[in-house]
Design a protein around this ligand. Structure first.
Ligand code: MGD
Ligand code: MGD
Ligand code: SF4
Ligand code: MO
Length: 723
C-alpha cells in the first residue's frame, strides 16, 4: 500500500493504493494525508480501471490513408520532424498553435514542459481550457493583487458564514479552491453554528446541504453583486479593517455601484431586493464570513466583472485576508507571489497582442480558445496550419465543437498528446500517449497555491513505466528539440540539462553552477520541483518532502497582505479602470428581459469533463447526461419525463433525454458538458455505448467575456421541442 496524490481533480486527494502484479487491487483515502485526511470520491476509486483500460493508448499512433497505425517512438518523431519545421519555415512561428487542456494543470510534466514548448515555438497562438473556465478569476485577481495566481480562497475551517455563488463543490470537489471533503468541512461549519448559503439556478447537491438556497437568473451575478456593493455603501456597512491602509479605489467602486440598488437589479438577477439586502447585511455583520464564486460566475458575459466583485465585497466587508474570511495560501514552490521583492511588483497587463481575426486581446499569454477555429479557417499571414494539443478535448469541451472539428481536419499537421483516441485526437496526424499516471512521480505545481491549508506533498511512482515508453516530459523535450532544429533524435537528457540551466541562469545569474550542483543528479520535473522548493518560502528540498510520505503540513492559512501584493502601487487596486468601465456595459444591460428559456451546464460526480466516460464503474447505472427541466417549463413545452427533445439555437440543434425536476429555476434548463461520444473514428468502447448529447455542439463560439476572452457557456437562450 502506497500513498499517492490523485491526479484527476483539484481536490488533489492523497490515496492509499495497493498494486499487485501491476494491477491496482485496492484504493482508499489516505487517512494520514495532511491535505485530504482520508477523503476519496468515485473517480479516485476508478484509477485502477483507468490504469487497465484497454482503450488507453499504449504507444504512438500515426495517421496513414485516413486511419491510424501503431508506430514506434522513432517513427512518430521522424514524422513530426519531417512535417513541423517546414511549416514554421514557410509560414512563420504563428502558424503553429498550442492548446493545453485541463489535465495539463494536474500533471507537472505536461504543465512545466508544455509551457516551455509554447515559449520555444514563439507563437502568438497559445490557447487553453482556461478561456473556457477560470480566466476571469485570474484576471480579476491579477488586477487587484498583482499576480494571476494570487487567488483568495475561503478559510472554511474558521468561517461562520460561507456564501457559494455558481459553484457546486459537493459534485466538483472544488475549483480554484483545493478543498478535499468540502461536504465534511461544510457540515463542521454547520455543527459549530455557522451557515452555508448557495446561490445557483439549480438546487444542486451543495444547495441540498446548505441552510439556504436562492435561485439566480443565469448571468445575473454581476447585478446581484453590484446590488450588494450598493447596499454596503448606502447602509454604511463598509469596514476595511486592518486592510484600510492597503486599499485604493474604494470611492471609485462605490461610485460605480451607485445605479445598482437592490430594487433596481432584482429583476435582472431574479432575486428579491430584500434577499440581496439581507445577504449584504449578513456578509457585513458576521465577524467571520466568506463569499466564494466559481464557474457559473465565470463562464458568462460578465465573468470578469462578477469575479472582481466577489473580491470587492470580501474586501469591503473586512473579510479579505482575514481569519475565517478569504485568505491567500502560501505554497512551498512555484508561487509567483512568494518570489521577488515582496509588497510591490509589475502587476498584470492584457492585450500585449491581439488575435488576428477577431482582434481579441491576449490575456495571461493566451488568446481565447473560441478564436481557434477562425484562426485555422481564415487564410492570410499568420494563419494557423499546425496544432499541438496537450491533454485537451476541445471538440467536446469548446463551444461550437463541430466547427472546430472541421477546422482541425483541415490542418497540415496536428500532434496530440493524449491517452485516448477520442473526439479531438482522431484529427491528429500523430498521437503521443503518456503512460499510466501511476508510473509517474506526482507533485502539484498549481493547486497548493489555491489550497485550504498549506502543505507540501510528493508521490513516488507506484509501478514501473512500460519498457521503452518515454515519460510525457521526455516526449515534450524531444519535440522542443525538433523546434530548435536539432532533428528527431535529440539527446533528451542533454537538452533537458540545457533547459534547466537556462531557467536557473535567469534567476540565479552567477550562482547558476552552484544551484544546479545542489540538485544534481536530478533531471526532468524532479529537478524543477527541487529547485522550486529550495527557492520557495519554506526553503524546503525535494528530499525533505519525499521523507514525509503523507505530506508535510505547513499550517493553516495566515494573513499575507501586504507581503503578497505585486501591484505597481503596492496596494490592493480595488478599482481597476478596465473593470470600472465594464460596469457601464452592465448598466446598459440592466433592463434586459429574461429570455423564456436558457441553458446552463452542470458537473457530475462520475464525470471528468469529457474523458472518464470510458470506465465501466463510472459509466454504469442510470444515464446521467439528461436535460433537467422545471415542471412548469415541461408542461408549457409538452415535454415528458424520460422523453426525447430537441434543443436548438441559431440553426444548431442537439437531441437530449428530458428529466423533469423541480430543482431547476423556472426558465432554465441544465445539461452537463463533455458528452457526445458518437463521433466517427474514436476508440472509446464503453463511452460510445451511451454517448449523450454534446452541449457544446449547441453553444456558439461568438460569445465571450470581452475582458478575459472566456467563452459564455451559461445562460444562453434556447428553444426546446419534444421529439
Ligand atoms: N458547455 C460547457 N463547456 C465546458 C465547461 C462547462 O462548464 N460547460 N467547462 C469547461 C472547463 S472548466 C474545462 S477545464 C474544459 C476542459 O476542456 P479540455 O481540457 O479540452 O477537456 P477534457 O475533457 O478535460 O479533456 C482532457 C483530455 O486529456 C486527456 N488526458 C487525460 N489524462 C491524460 C494524461 O495523463 N495525459 C495526456 N496526454 N492526456 C490525458 C483526455 O483523454 C482528454 O482528451 O471544458 C470546458 N467546457
Ligand atoms: N466530478 C467532476 N468534478 C469536476 C469536474 C467534472 O467534470 N466532474 N470538472 C472540474 C473542472 S475542469 C472544473 S473547472 C471544476 C468546476 O467546479 P464548479 O465551479 O464547482 O462547477 P459546477 O459543478 O459546474 O458548478 C457550477 C454551478 O454554477 C451554476 N450556474 C450555471 N450558470 C450560472 C450563473 O449564471 N450564475 C450562477 N450563480 N450559477 C450558475 C450551475 O448550476 C452549477 O451548479 O470542477 C472540476 N471538478
Ligand atoms: S475528489 Fe478529485 S482528487 Fe479526490 S479522489 Fe476524487 S477525483 Fe481524485
Ligand atoms: Mo475547468
Amino acid at each position: 500500500m502506497t500513498s499517492r496524490i490523485c491526479p484527476l481533480c483539484e481536490a488533489c486527494c492523497g490515496l492509499d493504493i495497493t498494486v499487485e502484479d501491476g494491477h491496482v487491487t485496492a484504493i482508499r483515502g489516505d487517512a494520514d494525508d495532511v491535505l485530504s485526511r482520508g477523503f476519496i470520491c468515485p473517480k479516485g476509486a476508478a484509477l485502477g480501471e483507468l490504469h487497465d483500460d484497454p482503450d488507453r493508448l499504449r504507444g504512438p499512433l500515426i495517421k496513414r490513408d485516413g486511419g491510424f497505425v501503431a508506430a514506434t517512438w522513432d517513427e512518430a518523431f521522424a514524422e513530426i520532424a519531417a512535417r513541423l519545421p517546414p511549416i514554421i519555415d514557410a509560414y512563420g512561428p504563428n502558424a503553429v498553435a498550442t492548446y493545453a487542456g485541463n489535465p495539463t494543470a494536474h500533471k507537472a510534466g505536461l504543465l512545466l514542459y508544455g509551457m516551455r514548448l509554447s515559449r520555444e515555438l514563439r507563437t502568438a497562438n497559445v490557447f487553453s481550457a482556461s478561456t473556457l473556465d477560470q480566466m476571469p478569476k485570474q484576471l480579476a485577481s491579477g488586477l487587484l493583487f498583482g499576480h494571476w495566481l494570487s487567488v483568495a480562497v475561503p478559510d472554511l475551517d474558521r468561517t461562520e458564514l460561507l456564501v457559494v455563488l455558481g459553484a457546486n463543490p459537493v459534485a466538483s470537489n472544488g475549483s480554484m479552491w483545493t478543498v478535499p471533503d468540502f461536504r465534511g468541512k461544510a457540515k463542521a461549519l454547520q455543527a459549530r453554528g455557522g451557515t452555508l448559503v448557495v446561490i445557483d439556478p439549480r438546487r444542486t447537491e451543495t444547495a441540498a446541504l446548505a441552510d439556504e438556497h436562492h435561485f439566480i437568473r443565469p448571468g445575473g451575478d454581476a447585478f446581484l453583486l453590484l446590488g450588494i456593493v450598493h447596499t454596503l455603501v448606502t447602509e454604511g456597512l463598509v469596514r476595511l479593517g486592518r486592510l484600510a491602509p492597503h486599499v485604493t479605489g474604494v470611492d471609485a467602486v462605490a461610485e460605480a455601484a451607485r445605479d445598482f440598488a437592490p430594487e433596481v437589479v432584482a429583476d435582472r438577477c431574479g432575486m428579491p431586493a430584500a434577499t440581496i439586502r439581507d445577504l449584504a447585511r449578513r456578509l457585513a455583520t458576521t465577524p467571520r464570513a466568506a463569499l466564494y464564486a466559481r464557474i457559473g460566475a465565470c463562464t458568462q458575459t460578465y465573468g470578469t466583472l462578477a469575479s472582481w466583485l466577489v473580491d470587492v465585497i470580501n474586501t469591503l466587508t473586512g473579510h479579505l485576508d482575514a481569519v475565517g474570511g478569504v485568505m491567500f495560501p502560501k505554497a512551498a514552490a512555484f508561487a509567483a507571489n512568494t518570489a521577488g521583492a515582496s509588497g510591490r511588483g509589475k502587476g498584470v497587463t492584457t492585450g500585449r497582442r491581439h488575435s488576428r481575426v477577431s482582434g481579441a486581446p491576449e490575456v495571461f499569454g493566451e488568446l481565447p480558445v473560441t478564436c481557434l477555429a477562425e484562426e485555422i479557417e481564415t487564410p492570410g499571414e499568420g494563419q494557423v496550419r499546425a496544432l499541438i494539443a496537450i491533454a485537451g478535448n476541445p471538440v467536446l469541451s469548446a463551444p461550437n465543437g463541430p466547427r472546430l472539428a472541421q477546422a482541425l481536419a483541415s490542418l497540415e499537421l496536428m500532434v496530440s498528446f493524449d491517452i485516448y483516441l477520442n473526439e479531438t485526437s482522431r484529427h491528429a496526424h500523430v498521437i503521443l500517449p503518456g503512460y499510466s499516471s501511476l508510473a509517474e512521480p506526482h507533485f502539484d505545481v498549481a493547486f497548493p497555491q489555491l489550497a485550504w491549508r498549506n502543505t507540501a506533498r510528493y508521490s513516488e511512482p507506484l509501478v514501473a513505466p512500460p519498457a521503452g515508453h518515454p515519460a510525457e516530459w521526455e516526449l515534450l523535450v524531444r519535440l522542443i528539440g525538433i523546434v530548435r532544429g536539432r532533428g528527431a533524435n535529440v539527446d533528451v537528457a542533454a537538452l533537458d540539462d540545457e533547459l534547466a540551466a537556462d531557467d536557473v541562469r535567469r534567476l540565479a545569474g552567477p550562482m547558476t553552477e552552484a544551484v544546479l550542483a545542489a540538485v544534481a543528479p536530478r533531471r526532468g520535473p524532479d529537478r524543477l520541483f527541487d529547485l522550486a522548493l529550495r527557492a520557495g518560502p519554506y526553503r524546503l528540498t525535494l528530499d525533505a518532502v519525499r521523507a514525509a510520505p503523507h505530506g508535510l503540513d505547513l499550517g493553516e492559512l495566515a494573513p499575507r497582505i501586504p507581503e503578497l501584493l505585486r501591484t505597481p502601487s503596492g496596494m490592493i487596486e480595488l478599482a481597476p479602470p478596465a473593470l470600472i468601465s465594464d460596469v457601464a456595459r452592465a448598466r446598459a444591460d440592466l433592463a434586459r428581459p429574461a429570455p423564456p428559456l436558457v441553458i446552463i451546464g452542470r458537473r457530475q460526480l462520475r464525470s471528468n469533463n469529457s474523458w472518464m466516460h470510458n470506465l465501466p464503474t463510472l459509466a454504469k447505472g442510470k444515464f446521467r447526461g439528461t436535460a433537467l427541466v422545471h415542471p412548469d417549463d415541461a408542461a408549457r413545452l409538452a415535454l415528458q419525463d424520460g422523453g426525447r427533445a430537441r434543443i436548438s439555437r441559431e440553426g444548431r440543434a442537439i437531441d437530449v433525454q428530458v428529466e423533469i425536476s423541480d430543482h431547476m429555476m423556472p426558465g432554465v434548463v441544465s445539461l452537463p458538458h463533455g458528452w457526445g461520444h458518437d463521433l466517427a473514428g474514436t476508440q472509446l468502447a464503453v463511452a460510445s455505448q451511451r454517448p449523450g448529447a454534446n452541449l457544446n455542439a449547441l453553444l456558439g463560439d461568438d460569445l465571450r467575456d470581452p475582458l478575459s476572452g472566456t467563452a459564455v457557456l451559461s445562460g444562453v437562450a434556447i428553444e426546446m421541442h419534444p421529439l
